[in-house]
Ligand binder design. Structure first.
Ligand code: 2P0
Length: 346
């Protein structure tokens, strides 16, 4: 008889961006990064893993469509890492069942557009390795598990943990010190909220994997970022989170998003992820922040045109009203009262 388990894992949205690998096989990054893991109730992957002695090969279905396993080296690496650990446990204790020899079947679905710059590989691989570790009963801490998730997709290591999560780039060639760690749990700053503005849910033109390696090879600005910018920003961001200092959190978030897209533009040939709508969103947030005595919101954009807006809970209703006003197509118009009072600080 086989074993089966289903788990969900949420998306994370980086505020200090990962963009560049020093080792593409082990997925070791050129800089540390930091993200906020969203709530499980929002964007997530749901994955079922089953193992059985009668499964003669490993198989996987993504959003209901079967994907070849053997040609997907990252998936193979994740499965192999988990199996090897299980095998070592079985070798050390002969009373353990030999699950390491059984075939694995995986079925994963995302409740949001896949590969549209909304971090689907992050939640997907985090969910896969977490579920697999449960099925194989691997005794791993979240940080240890993050190493397996990283073999699938770099950003996936951060979705293993909740709340505010750092990914230490590490120095070792084997990647043993390239791990995710929790900066603070979600409850530490529960009034911070994220609003996702889906500008375009189509699959992105330049995959992150290809894009970031072209950046590493060709962008001189990226070299400056790796050597002189990120380490200090990581410290400042961790401090801002510990202090619940939204002003500082927002400023670094926006600056880091800007620099990530600047190194994309500095890549040869250039990579464009932002579009006119993304730039309008940047202008709206910048204008509100300038008009108000305190910073109201922070924008950040990943490898696509979609925006994530971080803001304290108290500002969210007005921000939603404002974005609805500027992008009314899919929404009803706001009330007359709103037009008489376009935006005042809350
Ligand atoms: C991040 N992104 O830190 C950055 C910001 C996109 C922009 O991590 O090749 O899908 O699988 O390691 O993790 C996207 O990169 O790339 C990403 P791989 P991944 O969230």
């Amino acid at each position: 008889m086989g074993r089966q388990m289903t788990c969900t894992a949420p998306v994370n949205i980086a505020v200090i961006k990962y963009w560049g690998k020093r080792d593409p096989t082990l997925i070791l990054p050129t800089n540390s990064s930091l993200s906020v893991t969203l709530s499980q109730d929002d964007l997530h992957s749901r994955t079922t893993v089953s193992i059985a002695p009668e499964y003669d090969q490993d198989r996987m279905w993504l959003n209901g469509i079967e994907c070849p396993v053997s040609s997907n080296i990252r998936l193979v690496n994740c499965l192999q890492a988990a199996r090897e650990q299980r095998k070592a446990m079985e070798a050390a204790d002969s009373s353990l069942p030999s699950w390491s020899t059984w075939g694995i079947r995986i079925a994963s679905v995302n409740n949001f557009p896949t590969a549209a710059g909304l971090a689907s590989s992050a939640s997907g691989y985090a969910c896969l390795v977490y579920t697999l570790a449960q099925v194989l009963e691997l005794p791993l801490t979240p940080s240890q598990l993050s190493r397996y998730a990283r073999l699938g997709s770099g950003s996936a290591c951060r979705s293993i943990l909740g709340g505010f999560v750092g990914w230490e780039m590490g120095k070792l060639a084997n990647g043993e010190d390239s791990l995710a760690y929790q900066v603070a749990p979600e409850t530490h700053w529960s009034e911070l909220e994220a609003l996702i503005l889906v500008v375009n849910d189509a699959k992105k033109d330049t995959s992150s994997t290809v894009g970031m390696q072209t950046t590493v090879k060709t962008s001189t600005l990226a070299q400056h970022r790796f050597a002189s910018v990120v380490a200090e920003r990581m410290q400042q961001m961790e401090q801002a989170i510990q202090d619940r200092n939204f002003e500082q959190f927002a400023k670094i978030t926006m600056q880091d998003s800007n620099q990530f897209h600047a190194i994309c533009l500095d890549t040869y040939p250039p990579i464009f992820y932002l579009n006119d709508t993304s730039r309008t969103i940047i202008r709206i947030v910048t204008t509100i922040n300038e008009l108000c005595p305190e910073i109201q919101a922070a924008y950040t954009f990943d490898a696509g045109p979609n925006a994530v807006i971080y803001a304290p809970k108290q500002h969210m209703p007005r921000l939603i009203q404002l974005f609805t006003y500027f992008f009314p197509a899919a929404h009803p118009l706001p009330s007359e009262e709103f037009f008489n009072d376009p935006y005042h600080c809350v």
